[in-house]
Design a protein around this ligand. Structure first.
Ligand code: CP
Length: 337
């Protein structure tokens, strides 16, 4: 039997995703269970986290399982990922051993590995999690690399619960770029594009210039999802017309891919678009729309205090849902083995 990982929602069918969301909603109603009794998960964090770490650790505990957090290079040995590497640098062991040894101890492996921000042609291959999935003999879960599938599920569950039903077709969905002092990962933006089109919404990617369009792979996924699930997909650089009539505003900041690894010339473009901040005036153009963000969020940089503290903001619900959807994913992967 083929080992089933959770690396991208695009690898999972709509009925499978719907079943996970239904199970997550059930876990939200009834917190404790025994679906992971006697089971364990290793959580490999190559980058910081607040929500992901807390919700995975607690989720495993609430289902009778156990989570072990490892931070390679900090509290665990630094790891080499290249096949055939002559390991005369910092790395003390190869992922070929790490993934296989962990697979002898635990039932699941979660991985957070952000891009290195030097060469997008390398980072877009997602080599760290792919290498772990290649060598692991237990299911691997993406805890954010160049996409963030757990955030996708939490986001959709928050929208379904806000709008009072599983069917999100016909909703006008705006994924807006926002300013941030640093060029950030495109992972959540890639993910939002994937999942919003997967659920048949009318999706507009709002960004300052064509240079801020996402990687063609994710634009292609969006087009394919629209063809399969209905809805629509467009890219806009016009703030007012894009916000007008929106049902959902989802904000994220990211660095423009043409400047990847050479960020100096991108900074003036980013600095010139601080007005992309989500504020009350923009939200007033929407169809009484909801606002969300994956968090962490810099207040009064990405969104104003007024928006964050408004009834329209469902970011805290979305963050809570991380716990429920991850329990559903862990339970499904363990049950599937
Ligand atoms: N949204 C999210 O993944 O949060 P953390 O980076 O705190 O885990």
């Amino acid at each position: 039997m083929t080992l089933r990982h959770f690396l991208s929602t695009q690898d999972w069918s709509r009925p499978d995703l719907d079943a996970l969301l239904a199970q997550a909603a059930a876990f939200k109603r009834k917190k404790l269970g025994d679906a992971l009794k006697g089971r364990s998960i290793a959580l490999l964090f190559f980058n910081p986290s607040m929500r992901t770490r807390t919700s995975f650790e607690l989720g495993a505990f609430q289902l009778g399982g156990h989570a072990i957090v490892l931070q390679p290079g900090k509290d665990a040995w630094p790891i080499e990922f290249e096949a055939g590497a002559v390991m005369d640098g910092e790395a003390e062991e190869h992922i070929a051993e790490v993934a296989r040894v962990l697979s002898r101890y635990v039932d699941l492996i979660g991985v957070r590995a952000f891009p290195k921000f030097k060469d997008w042609s390398v980072d877009r291959e997602d080599r760290v999690i792919k290498a772990i999935a290649q060598y692991a003999t237990v299911p691997v879960i993406n805890m954010e690399t160049i996409t963030h599938p757990m955030q996708e599920l939490a986001h959709i569950l928050a929208l379904q619960q806000h709008f009072g039903g599983a069917d999100l077709r016909g909703k006008k969905y705006v994924l807006t770029w926002t300013y941030h002092p640093k060029p950030l990962n495109t992972a959540v933006a890639n993910s939002a594009l994937q999942i919003a089109t997967r659920y048949g919404m009318d999706v507009t990617l709002l960004c300052p210039t064509p240079e801020y369009a996402l990687d063609q792979r994710y634009l292609d996924f969006a087009e394919r999802n629209v063809a399969e699930n209905g809805g629509s997909f467009a890219i806009s650089h016009d703030v007012e017309s894009t916000y007008r009539g929106a049902d959902v505003v989802y904000a994220k900041s990211w660095g423009a891919l043409p400047y990847f690894g050479n960020w100096e010339p991108e900074k003036p473009i980013r600095d010139a678009h601080k007005h992309f901040i989500v504020d009350e005036a923009k939200m007033a153009l929407t169809n009484n729309g909801v606002f969300s963000h994956c968090l962490p969020l810099r207040r009064n940089i990405k969104a104003t205090d007024a928006v964050m503290d408004s009834r329209a903001c469902i970011a805290i619900d979305e963050a809570e849902n991380r716990l429920h959807v991850q329990k559903a994913v862990m339970a499904a992967l363990v049950a599937g083995r």
